[in-house]
Ligand binder design. Structure first.
Ligand code: SF4
Ligand code: SF4
Length: 458
């Protein structure tokens, strides 16, 4: 199947055949009809069967069967997958592609020589930086300082970024425009009016530093709809970023800690406003079950086995904010917004959680807001967790493709329900000097409730 010259990849990890955490029948669900290929972003860009879902399933199965040996070319095709799961939506046979590529990627990462080049830095980011709030806050504080003092502008103008390692260059390009200061959320927020539900809010790691304003908007909207909101201290990363990049050992402690924290609360729902985090928490039971096939250390195995029933309970109560509000029955907002807007489907909301109509319904409740369709609304924007750092070229190609589709609508506002997509789309539009308000749908709803105007860029 592959065409590039094979270079044998160094395998140094644990023993046992590849695919040991994946029931073999999952591969057999694919009947090779190819109906998923047109939905796959990497196939749309490269037109190579090896970069399509069908091709990747073929490659993974051939590796498991021992018909193919792992080389850099095969690895390249598998690494290029965004794990966007658009192929799951398109597949008429119900192939659970995410439950193939995610554990397969974990097995590859755990085996391959760790710490090489960009992957080594990526591992350090997801393992050490993102889960450590103090460190993350410090690093982003420096980035904020560089922006407000104009140093960042100077770096961009003099093209000094070309001297940076590629991962740091990609990270700088991904940084949003920082606000000066957003206060920490209170631990408990009481409902306005009649009490209808008690919920907890996941604040996460990067989102809590970069998207705290979205968290504030979420809490106000929940309180407005009669919810008591708990924001437990001691939250950290939910493990999504590390897990989706294939670093299971880095993600497990974060997952176990999240289960421990939220399973102890008397709540009706764990509300999440970042699509990638919500889909991962809903998948915790599968992920932990598959981890048991790979983790050998008895103490860690015991911890996973003990956490499994509570992980199931937490997963069952997890709701995306739009899903939760539609189930609850939202209060109608009053503030008008004379806006032409588009909604981009975040992959881990649309494909992984099947949530498409709920955020649109919330936006359509806002008086004056005109939601217009966008071509390829369900095609990934290239953000995909840490993908923009590990695969900057494909990520950029998809970002520009998304920007073109948005600009074609003449929209004043772009809404999407995932932190990574907000950064990626905002950056791509700024690069093209296209002025639009890029925000989470909950921010529009919040402003409409408060009868405030939208912050349209000039
Ligand atoms: S994943 Fe589904 S749509 Fe794609 S080739 Fe296999 S069976 Fe067909
Ligand atoms: S997850 Fe996305 S990028 Fe990967 S094969 Fe499926 S559609 Fe293509």
């Amino acid at each position: 199947m592959t065409t590039e010259s094979p270079v044998q990849t160094e395998v140094v990890g644990p023993s046992g055949p590849l695919g040991q955490s994946i029931p073999y029948e999952r591969f057999l669900d694919c009947v090779h009809c190819g109906l998923c290929t047109a939905a796959c972003p990497t196939y749309l860009v490269r037109g190579d069967e090896n970069d399509s879902p069908r091709g990747r399933i073929y490659l993974m199965r051939a590796l498991v069967d021992g018909r193919l040996s792992l080389d850099d070319s095969v690895l390249r095709h598998l690494d290029l997958c965004l794990d966007c799961r658009a192929c799951e939506t398109a597949c008429p046979s119900g192939v659970g592609y995410g439950r193939l590529i995610e554990p397969f990627r974990v097995e590859l990462r755990e085996r391959l020589a760790a710490g090489r080049g960009a992957r080594g830095l990526e591992r350090w980011l997801v393992e050490r930086l993102f889960p450590n709030r103090m460190l993350l806050r410090g690093a982003l504080g420096l980035a904020r300082l560089a922006q407000v003092t104009g140093l960042d502008w100077l770096i961009g103008t003099l093209r000094l970024d070309r001297m940076m390692p590629s991962v740091l260059r990609a990270m700088r390009a991904q940084l949003p425009r920082f606000r000066f200061f957003t206060p920490r959320l209170r631990e408990r927020i009481e409902p306005e009016g009649e009490h209808r539900a008690t919920v907890a809010l996941l604040t996460g790691c990067v989102a809590d530093v970069v998207f705290r304003t979205t968290h504030h908007a979420t809490v106000r909207v929940l309180a407005r709809n009669g919810c008591r909101v708990l924001v437990p201290r001691g939250q950290s990363c939910c493990g999504a970023l590390a897990y989706h990049a294939g670093f299971l050992t880095a993600s497990l402690p974060a997952m176990l800690q999240t289960v421990e924290l939220f399973s102890g609360l008397e709540i009706d729902a764990l509300v999440v406003n970042v699509a990638g985090c919500g889909s991962t928490i809903k998948d915790y039971p599968h992920i932990l079950q598959e981890a048991l096939a790979l983790v050998e250390e008895p103490e860690q195995r015991n911890a996973i086995e003990r956490a499994l029933p509570r992980a199931e309970a937490v997963a069952a109560r997890t709701r995306d904010i739009s899903e939760f509000l539609i189930e609850l029955g939202p209060q109608p907002p009053r503030g008008r917004m004379e806006l032409r807007a588009v909604y981009h489907d975040a992959c881990h909301l649309a494909h992984a959680q099947g949530i498409r109509s709920e955020p649109r319904r919330l936006l359509q409740m806002i008086p004056g807001l005109e939601l217009v369709p966008i071509e390829e609304s369900e095609v990934c924007c290239g953000a995909a967790g840490t993908y923009a750092l590990s695969e900057p070229e494909m990520s950029e190609e998809l970002a520009q493709r998304k920007a073109e589709r948005i600009m074609g609508t003449g929209a004043h506002a772009v809404f999407t329900a995932n932190a990574g997509c907000l950064i990626q789309i905002g950056r791509a539009l700024r690069q093209r000097h296209y002025h639009a308000w890029v925000a989470h749908p909950i921010e529009a709803l919040d402003l409409s409730y408060r009868e405030l105007p939208p912050p349209l860029p000039q």
